[in-house]
Design a protein around this ligand. Structure first.
Ligand code: NZQ
Ligand code: ZN
Length: 391
């Protein structure tokens, strides 16, 4: 096991009706004037935004709103949010929504106290030293941004979709998580969220670091639980306990717990980010395509962990089978799981046409350099083959 720092200081306030605590939570963490960030309208329609406004007002907190943050959030809205926050003397950023809203809010939070261009933090030109505090009212279990120090923003000019990790300053101060709020999600978004949280675990699970049995067992238990509860929700979308398990799992998948003591991989995410940047598909839908293709490719070169995943998570019996057969059956079973959720595992089907693999590979090289990942280090030629295998 490797040395590690696990720093997860977010206060998670979980359960029914917890959104009414938003105002007191902002107050507790020092907010007096809030930038209230939301998405394309689901939270207005559900009445959640009204409840949050009321809770802020009752706590004597002023707010200014930035609405309409779209999935795969872009830099133009971040600049707008920074200006809005500065103009109104904002001292706290509150995201009401999913990963896209939260990530845009986080980018504003590091951008406001910085004299330069916030994109400096995404292109590697500068490291942020401070950020406005961020709070979250979560509406979709998926990205795990409510408990992560990450933010993913796309620069419109060049379609650079870049993920940054600043855990010491960007982890939300609190995250309000009411599973009932996720019942208004279209099934497709629930399914995409499941694919995303599972992949956050794969990125940590598929590792060559030895002696990580405890971390691996935690990861396997969460993956099995997510898959079981996703199948329950497919039949009974209003099952509160299944919603609750999935929601908590989305946080545990990405707050660092499943990576403690291990070298992490992150190839599938990097491969996918090019797809959602260029074809504007849902991130989780892109991962359902890329992860089985990636797994198949690495299983032929380093089967150990893929075999363990097939047996311990997908329930494949290894008796009388070769290592290659067990891996193949595990990956087939994973594809079958995504299909049951209604997600495609074909890149062509995902984007509804022929993807430009040269564009994806060159853009990946531009953003990530010549190699990717650690479980099996991938050259750009390997990445191109994985895109081909995903077609
Ligand atoms: O915009 P609205 O109208 O709110 O609709 C949203 C959006 O269309 C809808 N939605 C959310 N909650 C809802 C709801 N609809 C009905 N009822 C509700 N309760 O769902 C759609 C998707 O929302 P989005 O925020 O885009 O989803 P998600 O949480 O999957 O976030 C995706 C973004 O997060 C990034 C992805 O790359 C992508 O840009 N990621 C961020 C990470 C991080 N910061 O740690 C890690 C991830 O790997 C990921 O890359
Ligand atoms: Zn993800």
């Amino acid at each position: 096991m490797e040395n590690f720092v696990f720093y997860s200081p977010t206060e998670f306030v979980f359960g029914r009706d917890t959104q009414v605590q938003t105002g007191p939570l902002v107050k507790r963490y020092g907010g007096t004037t809030v930038l209230l960030v939301s998405g394309g309208g689901s939270v207005e329609r559900s009445g959640l935004l009204g409840q949050v406004r009321e809770s802020l007002s009752q706590s004597g907190i002023k707010y200014v709103e930035q609405k309409g943050i779209a999935p795969n959030p872009t830099d133009d809205r971040v600049y707008e949010g920074i200006d809005l926050a500065r103009d109104h003397g904002v001292d706290f950023v509150l995201a009401v929504g999913g990963g896209s809203v939260i990530d845009s809010a986080k980018a504003v939070a590091i951008g406001v106290p910085y004299a330069g261009d916030f994109w400096d933090f995404y292109c590697g030109k500068a490291q942020p030293e401070r950020a406005l505090p961020v709070g979250v009212v979560l509406t979709i279990p998926a990205a795990g941004s409510e408990g992560s120090g990450n933010s993913v923003i796309t620069k419109l000019d060049g379609k650079h979709k870049i993920s940054v990790r600043y855990p010491m300053i960007l982890r939300p101060r609190f995250a309000v998580m009411n599973p009932e709020l996720t019942m208004s999600l279209p099934w497709f978004q629930t399914a995409c969220g499941v694919a995303d949280m599972l992949c956050h675990i794969y990125e940590r699970y598929f590792s060559n670091t030895p002696a990580t049995d405890l971390t691996d067992s935690i990861a396997e238990a969460i993956m099995r639980d997510v898959m079981d509860n996703a199948l329950t929700l497919k039949e009974m979308p209003d099952d509160y306990d299944a919603r609750a398990s999935i929601m908590w799992a989305s946080t545990l998948a990405h707050n660092g717990l499943c990576g403690t003591g291990k070298q992490e991989d992150w190839s599938s995410h990097r491969l996918e980010h090019e797809i959602s940047a260029w074809y504007n598909v849902a991130h989780g839908a892109g991962l359902a395509v890329m992860t089985p293709a990636w797994m198949q490719y690495v299983a032929e070169r380093n089967p150990g962990k893929v075999m363990q995943f097939a047996v311990n998570v997908m329930g494949i019996s290894p008796d009388g089978k070769t290592e290659a057969e067990v891996c193949r059956l595990g990956i087939e079973s994973l594809r079958g799981f995504y299909h049951t959720l209604g997600l495609t595992t074909s890149l062509r089907e995902l984007i509804g046409g022929e993807p430009d693999l040269d564009l994806l590979t060159e853009s990946l090289r531009g953003n990530m350099g010549d190699t990717l990942g650690f479980y099996v280090p991938l050259s750009m030629a390997d990445c191109r083959k994985i895109y081909e295998a995903a077609l």
